[in-house]
Design a protein. Structure first.
Length: 338
């Protein structure tokens, strides 16, 4: 899986284009500026690639000269944009279960990201991992997701409550006032992964639309229509590895956690035209690119975080992936930034 693989449902492109259309753009303008075919968009069934989506983001960002475009777009989208998955999300019994289903189904809705639900003694939340590097538009995607999550929180919990905090894996932007206005809660920057975190007590109170029958049926139907069993296995492998790249689980360890034999796991991955080694390489490549673009970590620290033996072996691998050394890649970042 890479940024050229069709993985993004057309419903998200339709949803994300509502804001630029509201601002006065036309589909023809966006299609021409991005070189993406948007003919008969409302009836399209073919998925978009991340590369196509990024080209549309670039076109719209330049069209409106709006640095906080991701925040505004995420704040504008409707709560129903997730289809059957959204129905299940909105009808959970409490907010903790809402976040769990966001994690479980969101990973199918937007494969470039792995969404992990987590709990601490006093908080619950979701954490985002990049399975495909979102650079140079990491900021846009994180703004979109968190602004949309904040809107859903207000709808389900009430406008008088706030998340404990929202965290972003990059430096505080120059337009921080828009974050403070639209998100209106404690904010963290320069963290390892994006997070949306809520008080655990608040998250266990019953939600106004709670209906277990509707939520279960909607999730079941969604999963039946979105992926086959082999694809589910591949997704789970990516999820486990994305969360453990600092140590890199062995194939046998992954198989054990998935409660299957290593032979069965290899067979399932082969049916999806991939392998355990290929997935590890893809994730390492994408996380390395993301960290070089979005953080000030040294090349040595990035190598260590991805479990390379030393900087030299990391640099050799990175040059194989991109044709450039990590330092040369970072020095050319002006070509990557929004």
């Amino acid at each position: 899986m890479d940024r050229f693989t069709p993985t993004i449902p057309p419903q998200y492109v339709v949803t994300s284009l509502q804001f630029p259309l509201y601002k006065g753009a036309t589909l023809d303008q966006i299609a021409k500026a991005s070189s993406v075919n948007l003919d008969d968009l409302q009836n399209r069934t073919k998925y978009f690639s991340l590369d196509e989506v990024m080209r549309m983001i670039k076109a719209c960002t330049e069209m409106f000269d709006m640095p906080h475009y991701g925040l505004m777009n995420g704040n504008h989208v409707q709560l129903t944009c997730h289809g059957l998955a959204g129905v299940s999300m909105l009808h959970q019994t409490n907010y903790s279960r809402h976040l769990q289903v966001c994690s479980r189904l969101g990973n199918h809705l937007f494969p470039p990201l792995e969404i992990e639900y987590f709990e601490t003694q006093n908080q619950v939340g979701i954490r985002l991992y990049e399975c495909i590097s979102l650079a140079p538009y990491t900021r846009y995607f994180m703004e979109w997701i968190m602004a949309h999550a904040r809107t859903m929180f207000r709808f389900l919990i009430g406008t008088e409550y706030k998340p404990d905090y929202i965290a972003f894996p990059y430096s505080k932007p120059t337009y921080i006032q828009h974050y403070e206005s639209l998100l209106s809660c404690a904010l963290k920057f320069n963290v390892e992964h994006a997070e949306f975190v809520v008080n655990k007590h608040l998250a266990t109170e019953e939600l106004p639309l709670a209906n277990n029958v509707i939520s279960v049926q909607a999730e079941k139907k969604f999963l039946q229509t979105t992926c086959n069993e082999e694809a589910k296995v591949t997704r789970k492998v990516r999820a486990l590895l994305a969360r453990n790249l600092h140590s890199v689980l062995s194939l046998e360890e992954v198989a054990e956690q998935l409660e299957m034999s290593s032979r069965t796991l290899r067979r399932n991955l082969k049916k999806q035209d991939t392998s355990y080694i290929e997935i590890v390489e893809e994730l390492r490549r994408e996380v390395a690119i993301s960290q070089l673009v979005n953080s000030n970590k040294s090349v040595t620290d990035i190598a260590v975080s991805l479990n390379f033996y030393d900087t030299a072996s990391f640099s050799k691998a990175f040059k194989r992936w991109t044709g450039q050394s990590p330092r040369a890649f970072r020095s050319a970042l002006n070509n990557w930034r929004v």
